[in-house]
Design a protein. Structure first.
Length: 360
């Protein structure tokens, strides 16, 4: 399976990369090692020494360089070998590893793994996670043994909360809720409006309705290729959004392999939310339970049934609620095709330039 490479993905939470330590993770099928330089900036390198293919994270940091544990070759933050302790110390031209563009933003480490210049202004906006915005935040991570597009479909089609998350995130009256699908730029928005329904458990914690009916909304944004932002909450029937009773759900999927995904999630509750420590912990526990004990088994079962088959070759039955997921899959396929076309064009231009040089 091909992945869109020229895009930003979340590698990990910023706190995972600690000063003086290395952090290794497989992303988009490639093994990467992260570390902080002396000035605190994060570096990302291919996690494989080109000499005997030992993972670099097994070595140690020497200043701003990594020293391979096997033969002591050192590589700087650009991936260039800067020390060969053997013989005359000559460094072979091929002694280098790939380096990746990285950015630390919104409490996350972002990585750009493609060969096109990294577009730093294209990092998705998750400013609600920044401490300066006053939102109350909580964070989590799960490794999902399934393809990231399956998890993406689960997030874009929230009609399943009526059944899979009944009593937690959903309630029976949500069946048949109005859904509005919009394409805004390169994003897909799936919005659902559910008036006068029994309050789901997690919102009873936030809104303190004691079981009274509410109006509820779930507005999900897909930011290609694999970032999501959910605006969801409740208010009194016929009322308007208040300073509490809602939150932003951050859901970010980074492919590990074709059949496994790094899932980073967070919640940001508005400053007006007032929860006791016990209620706050219950809120976090309910969200994690929904992801880990309800969503994950469904997606894992999907992956097991699909196996090595192409999704479309299995001829899935499509319902009206599948409009968002279908558009997401088609958009990703278009991104892959466009990326391949650009790569082919660059290769052709290089060949032409090389031919002109030889002829000259």
């Amino acid at each position: 399976m091909a992945f869109v490479k020229n895009a930003w993905y979340v590698a990990c939470w910023a706190t995972d990369v600690k000063p003086g330590e290395m952090f290794a993770r497989q992303l988009l099928g490639e093994k990467v090692v992260f570390y902080r330089k002396a000035n605190g900036e994060v570096t990302a390198l291919q996690d494989r020494c080109p000499h005997r293919f030992i993972p670099l994270h097994m070595g140690k940091l020497v200043g701003d360089a990594i020293e391979c544990a096997y033969h002591g070759l050192q590589f700087d933050c650009s991936g260039k070998c800067v020390k060969n302790p053997h013989g005359d110390g000559k460094i072979p031209a091929a002694a280098r590893v790939k380096s990746y563009a990285v950015a630390e933003k919104h409490r996350m480490i972002w990585i750009w793994m493609g060969d096109e210049p990294a577009a730093f202004d294209a990092i998705p906006d998750y400013g609600v996670l920044d401490s300066t915005d006053g939102f109350q935040t909580s964070f989590g991570y799960l490794q999902i043994p399934s393809n990231y597009e399956l998890m993406g479909e689960n997030l874009l089609d929230l009609s399943h909360i009526t059944y899979l998350h009944d009593g937690y995130l959903g309630s029976p009256e949500q069946v048949g809720a109005d859904q509005v699908l919009k394409e805004v730029g390169n994003e897909i928005h799936c919005n659902r409006w559910m008036p006068n329904i029994s309050v789901p458990g997690i919102f009873d914690l936030l809104y303190k309705q004691d079981g009274k009916p509410v109006d509820m909304w779930t507005n999900m944004r897909w930011i290609p290729p694999s970032c999501f932002l959910l605006d969801t909450g409740v208010h009194s029937p016929g009322g308007e959004r208040e300073g509490y009773g809602w939150y932003y759900g951050i859901h970010i999927l980074t492919p590990e392999t074709e059949k496994s995904t790094h899932y980073h999630f967070a919640a940001a509750m508005p400053p007006g939310t007032q929860l006791s420590p016990e209620t706050d912990e219950k809120f976090r526990t309910l969200r994690r339970y929904a992801f880990e004990m309800q969503d994950r088994p469904m997606i894992d079962a999907q992956q097991a049934e699909i196996g090595d088959n192409d999704f479309w070759d299995m001829k899935p039955v499509l319902l009206s609620v599948d409009a968002g997921p279908v558009r997401m899959r088609r958009a990703i396929q278009k991104m892959l095709q466009d990326e391949a076309a650009r790569a082919t064009q660059r290769k052709a231009e290089v060949n032409v330039t090389a031919g002109q040089t030889v002829n000259a």
